[in-house]
Write a protein that binds this ligand. Structure first.
Ligand code: NZQ
Ligand code: ZN
Length: 388
């Protein structure tokens, strides 16, 4: 196992009616920006609950943060915070709103050109330089409610880039599983698949003597296999909803990646598909993931076999056979979760995608990805072409 530090300061407040604690979680002197997305929080009553519990605080609202939040939109919030001297942000929404707020939090006091936060991947480590924020989660998927990463799209250049740093953990996140009742089926499917893939990015590498991390990962995967298809059909079932929400957080709150080398190339390639074609984040992962495992089979076959045996109970006479069966089971699960697993099913005019992505990665100097840094540009091309 590799050496590690485990730091996670987010106060994770989980369960029904926990929004009632909001006023005690927000700092007493807070002048708050309430940041949200396209308006789902007005339809499902979350906005009313939030404002009810923020009575007495000065609140300025900022709506319109898009799914795949845009740099250009977020900079408008940055300006408002500067002029209004706002000292706390409350993100009310899914991964996009929370990610957007992380960017805003870092950008307000950033002294250079704010686009460099993304282009140069500036790390925020000094909590005194960022605007503190909390979240009210409305969509279990990304884990953004308990991690310090974010993904932002620059509209002008159609780039989807990451930022983060230890200063960008939410101070608190209120996670009430009943919020999933108003989610469209498609978003619940996305949430399950995103969380599932987050575990695979950290677990499906090579044997690394991290026995506990493996077992925790397999526990999350098994739970998602058990509840995923059911929660899509029964979002009002609290047992399903609560386990779904907790799995999604546990999949990307930093715990299972401690002490191991992780992959993340499925995400890096997937982000390009969203930037190019606006395909939902999780759906890009379903297209790329299985093909990445096929192309990187030699590197990953031991873990693929373990994944197959422990999560899907596959059999086989050799490691290779079990590993192949694991990929087939994974594809079947993704399809059961309503995913398309080919780019041609999700968009048209995709023939030049591999060239485009390889050129972009080359420009950015991303020439060696994956847990062994052996996903070269040639491998990226192969993975994307196999995904057509
Ligand atoms: O904008 P509103 O009106 O709120 O509607 C949203 C949006 O249209 C809607 N929604 C959210 N909660 C709802 C609801 N509708 C009804 N009832 C509710 N309770 O769902 C739509 C999608 O929301 P979004 O926030 O975009 O989805 P998600 O949580 O899947 O976030 C996706 C974004 O997170 C990034 C992705 O790249 C993508 O930009 N990721 C962030 C990560 C992180 N910070 O750690 C890791 C992930 O791998 C991912 O890359
Ligand atoms: Zn993801």
């Amino acid at each position: 196992m590799l050496n590690f530090e485990l730091y996670n300061p987010t106060n994770y407040v989980f369960g029904q009616n926990q929004i009632e604690k909001l006023a005690s979680l927000v700092p007493a002197n807070a002048k708050i920006m309430l940041a949200y997305g396209g308006g789902s929080i007005f339809k499902n009553g979350v906005h009313a609950q939030v404002t009810e519990n923020l009575k007495g605080f000065e609140v300025i609202e900022f709506g319109g943060i898009e799914p795949n939040p845009r740099f250009e939109t977020l900079m408008k919030a940055v300006e408002i915070i500067r002029t209004e001297k706002i000292n706390f942000i409350l993100a009310v929404g899914g991964g996009s709103v929370i990610d957007g707020v992380k960017f805003i939090s870092g950008a307000v006091n950033y002294e250079g050109d704010a686009v460099d936060i993304l282009k140069k991947r500036i790390l925020f480590k000094d909590v005194s330089k960022v605007i503190p924020f909390g979240t009210v989660l409305t969509l279990p998927a990304t884990g953004s409610e308990m991690n310090s990463g974010a993904v932002i799209t620059i509209d002008a250049t159609h780039e989807k880039l990451t930022l983060g740093g230890s200063a960008l953990f939410p101070q608190f996140s209120i996670c009430d599983p009943t919020v999933i009742q108003s989610l469209p089926k498609r978003q619940i499917q996305n949430g399950v698949v995103d969380a599932f893939t987050h575990v695979l990015e950290q677990y499906l590498t090579f044997p690394q003597d991290a026995l506990l991390q493996d077992r925790i990962s397999e526990g999350i995967l098994q739970t998602l296999v058990e509840i995923g298809p059911k929660v899509v059909e029964n979002p009002t079932d609290y047992k399903l909803a609560s386990n779904f929400m907790w799995c999604a957080t546990m999949a990307l709150n930093g715990l299972i990646q401690k002490g191991v080398a992780s992959d993340w190339a499925t995400h890096m390639i997937g982000h390009e598909l969203t930037a190019l074609y606006e395909i939902d984040h999780a759906r890009t992962l379903a297209i790329i993931g299985p093909n990445l495992y096929r192309v990187m089979f030699e590197t990953k076959k031991e873990k693929l076999a373990q994944f197959g045996e422990r999560v899907f109970q596959v059999s086989g006479n050799t490691i290779e056979e079990k590993a192949q069966n694991a990929i087939s089971k994974l594809v079947a699960f993704l399809e059961e979760m309503g995913m398309e697993t080919k780019l041609s099913q999700a968009t048209t005019n995709y023939e030049d995608t591999a060239n485009f992505i390889v050129n972009r990665f080359e420009e950015r100097g991303w020439k060696a990805m994956g847990e062994k840094q052996n996903i070269t540009l040639e491998k990226v091309r192969e993975i994307v072409e196999l995904s057509y």
